[in-house]
Design a protein around this ligand. Structure first.
Ligand code: SAH
Ligand code: SF4
Ligand code: F3S
Length: 453
């Protein structure tokens, strides 16, 4: 990381620490660009004038993580009162102005819908060193954000928000409280942003939201369904690949399934949260589908797109989960042969229905189940990757590989299934954004090694 060398650069150095999901990653990237276009420069925390912590509260003692990060920032900055520390994201929305009491260096709290106004708030607070500000109001509409005056070149892989918030109130989940009600973004704004990114060199677009296939089903909807949105984005000139995350199995209609056969750019990969494979647990979670419906959905996806790679989120140790329930989850995993999964021990979140449920599962039981589940996933994922050796696929090169072999120039990209692939390409050239066709020669634990085909 470069250290600002001039006093002016030091005065406008910023540093962002990000926890959580892709929506947070995306928010942080946008804030970074918005600050850069205002003349700020990225800086190490020790010399930054503005430090932002973008937080996540979905699991496990998030407040503690945020406070220890703030403690480290205080140490690194020597507690300098000229340094503006801001807290953003889900914990910011949850704890709000309490942050001012918890850590004196914090002068700005940026809630979920406050992000759009964060760059202006940062500038204003630098001018007014005694002021504090909390941007905690929820808006009833999707708030458009300014388009940062960037250098003109986009990364080959771009993220585009299509909604904010979630209305599902799954029994365990804090997201509806921290991100507010679901608000679809107008289709025209989504398409404009996609066109702009494609013009600036993006080749792949991932549409983002907490419940993407409920796009168009809220009060802010403009009459365009999720499947129609996919068709519109999928038809944009210059787009090579389209993905989306995260859909809800209950909202996955026949049109969304058919899209995998109809839209050439739509990648054969779907992250489809399962949460549990047991009907009783799914019902208590309030997920709105049962085991048979999930299995049927995966089967119909494989009918239209036999090679589709399916991955999932899974929670173990939900209140009342029996050993039999857990075995049902493992059984669904085997039947679906998930390519990967993200799995978690259930964690009580304040204000959620499940936090009031009886029959909490002891942590040691949850941990044992989690380890068993993860070792099954290693087997399933490993077998799938091994089975792909010899295949020919296209890659989208994202940058130089961290693993370099002497004498070779190794690059890293992803295949259409979202797997990281390493390949050696011609030396002394920047291959970022290229889409070479490669042959897979070896499988690693979570990645593949390929040669140009
Ligand atoms: N629809 C969202 C879900 C966000 S939370 C999305 O994926 O964009 C991501 C995952 O965290 C959930 O799918 C769930 O598996 C897990 N999770 C959420 N709340 C949890 C809790 N209280 N304990 C453990 N895991 C949880
Ligand atoms: Fe974490 Fe959820 Fe907030 Fe993302 S939306 S930062 S996963 S709590
Ligand atoms: Fe959470 Fe369920 Fe919404 S997991 S984000 S309440 S779809």
């Amino acid at each position: 990381m470069s250290v600002p060398s001039t006093p002016d650069a030091a005065a406008k150095g910023f540093h962002i620490v990000t926890f959580g999901c892709q929506m947070n990653v995306h928010d942080s990237r946008w804030l970074e660009q918005a600050l850069t276009s205002r003349g700020f420069v990225p800086a190490p925390v020790e010399t930054a004038r503005v430090v932002v912590v973008n937080t996540c509260s979905v699991r496990e003692k998030p407040e503690r993580k945020v406070l220890s990060t703030l403690g480290r920032i205080r140490q690194a900055t020597g507690g300098n009162p000229d340094v503006l520390v801001a807290v953003a994201g889900c914990v910011a929305q949850q704890l709000g102005e309490t942050f001012f009491d918890l850590e004196g260096q914090v002068r700005l709290v940026i809630g979920s819908d406050g992000m759009a106004g964060a760059p202006q708030a940062i500038e204003a607070l630098l001018e007014q060193p005694t002021k504090r500000l909390a941007l905690l109001d929820f808006s009833s509409r999707y708030l458009e954000r300014e388009i940062p005056a960037t250098s003109g070149q986009a990364d080959p892989v771009a993220l585009v928000n299509i909604m904010q918030g979630c209305d599902n109130f799954c029994a365990y989940c804090i997201v509806p409280f921290t991100r507010g009600r679901q608000k679809s973004r107008p289709t025209s704004a989504v398409l404009d942003e996609c066109r702009r990114l494609l013009d600036a060199g993006a080749r792949e677009i991932t549409l983002l939201g907490q419940n993407v296939n409920a796009f168009g089903k809220d009060a802010q909807a403009d009459g365009v369904s999720f499947a129609e949105l996919l068709r519109k984005v999928g038809a944009l000139p210059g787009l090579a690949r389209l993905r989306y995350v995260t859909p809800h199995p209950r909202d996955m209609g026949p049109e969304d399934v058919a899209a995998f056969a109809e839209i050439p750019a739509l990648c054969p990969r779907l992250h489809l949260p399962l949460q549990s494979g047991a009907d009783a647990v799914l019902a208590r979670m309030g997920r709105g589908y049962d085991r048979a419906a999930y299995l049927g959905l995966v089967e119909s996806l494989r009918t239209v797109r036999p090679d589709i790679a399916v991955s999932a989120d899974i929670i173990v140790g939900f209140p009342g989960e029996t050993e039999g329930d857990f075995q049902d989850t493992l059984d669904v995993m085997r039947k679906c042969a998930f390519a990967t999964s993200f799995s978690f021990c259930y964690s009580d979140r304040p204000g959620t229905r499940a936090s009031g449920f009886a029959d909490k599962i002891p942590l040691e039981t949850s941990r044992r189940r989690l380890m068993e589940l993860q070792s099954l996933q290693e087997e399933l994922g490993g077998a799938w990757l091994e089975g792909r050796v010899g295949e020919t696929v296209d890659l989208l090169i994202e940058g130089r590989s961290p693993r370099q072999t002497p004498g070779l120039d190794s690059w890293q990209g992803r295949d259409p299934y979202g797997v990281p692939v390493h390949v050696s390409l011609a030396p002394d050239a920047d291959h970022t954004g290229e889409m070479p066709v490669v042959r897979i020669v070896r499988a690693g634990r979570h990645s593949l090694i390929a040669e140009p085909a």
